[in-house]
Write a protein that binds this ligand. Sequence first.
Ligand code: ADP
Ligand code: MG
Length: 412
Amino acid sequence: MDPNNAAIPAEEDKNRHDGEERCRVIIRLKPLEKGEKEGPMRVEGEKIFVPGVQGTPSRRRKGGDDDDGSAFHFDQVFPTDCTQEDVFQSVLQNSVSYVLEGFNATVLAYGQTGAGKTYNMFGPPGGEGLDDQDQRGIIPRALDEIFDRIERDQSGSSFEVKLSMVEIYLEELLDLLRPNSCQRLRLRESVYQGVWVEGLSHHPIASSRAALELVLDGMANRTVGATNMNDASSRSHCVVSLRVERATQDGVVQSGVLHFADLAGMERVDRTGAQGQTLEEAKRINLSLSALGNCIGALSDPFRTHIPFRDAKLTFLLKNSLGGNAKTTLLVACSSRQRDADETVTALRFGARARAVKNVVRVNQKLCAQELQRLLDKLQEEHRVLQGYCLALEQQLDAAHSKENATPGGAG
Ligand code: ADP
Ligand code: MG
């Protein structure tokens, strides 16, 4: 590793290597509002207890910490008084920072409607939240961090960053950065490229500010609707993607894709009061989230070979992040209110299951044409030397045989 390269943190860490890696699951509890009654759950470090509810199945843990299975275990639990920066730092250290080194990373926000998914990903409602230093969410912070690291890079690498933003609404894919386009986007898949959205616009960006403005445009085009649970509830899944390509001075091109998925919330139609179009939206949202649950269930079962990614656009789009080549963090936004206790337990169960999903991560790296030519020349030269060596050995062998044959009493 180049010690002069300020883009790469100096300390060695085990997450920087290729190999199998578990999906990280973090929980964020939303603070209560005035007059709201607190639910019965109790937080102890990375564990959450809900009275009368069985948590993660019991198992003997390393270090002899044997528990009775009453707790849900996670990688990190953020209590109600945590800050947006606390959550961002956790996500940064485990996924976002690796995208500049050619790893793929995905951050998925999951949870009940109104529990804080969009707040965690973007910030408070309305675009101005993206600029508020305290309140801004993971995406604006990640954009700042990425461009800051690029600016500080002293390795002589060149970088190219492209941003895209797609929405899944009523099982249709829409380009949020080309809202007037009537083109229906399709998901495509190939062995070499994995899954991609055909026809989606990818916008080159040169600064965090430019990226943020694009994200603001995209957010304004997102489909939201008012339900009883949340005045500006997202009625769609939204995925913001950044492709970061880094060309080093020695001709290596590393490319990492960072996905931020702000999912629509699972809805209990009896509580949201959905009717007509809103009811149709809720049905589609719930179906695609069930498909996500089924994929996670199948991926966490070592005996299952078929993973039903194609059951929904959401799971097909996220295929690479679920058991594939990506450092995946699932952020479960949870309400801490008494009246949401059932939904919170459902979300905790979902999160606990996702911890069993294993991805296989590797650096996406290729060599540029000049570097490939240089390697080819070198191999051809080695090949020429070895051919000469073989010829010389064959000549020696022939000479040895002739000598043996010429010797009386020799071979034969
Ligand atoms: P979701 O996307 O899960 O439906 P939102 O992110 O839209 O929910 O959050 C609903 C409301 O709660 C918004 O007004 C948001 O600003 C507020 N909110 C969510 N989480 C927090 C939090 N951790 N701290 C303060 N306000 C929050
Ligand atoms: Mg939302």
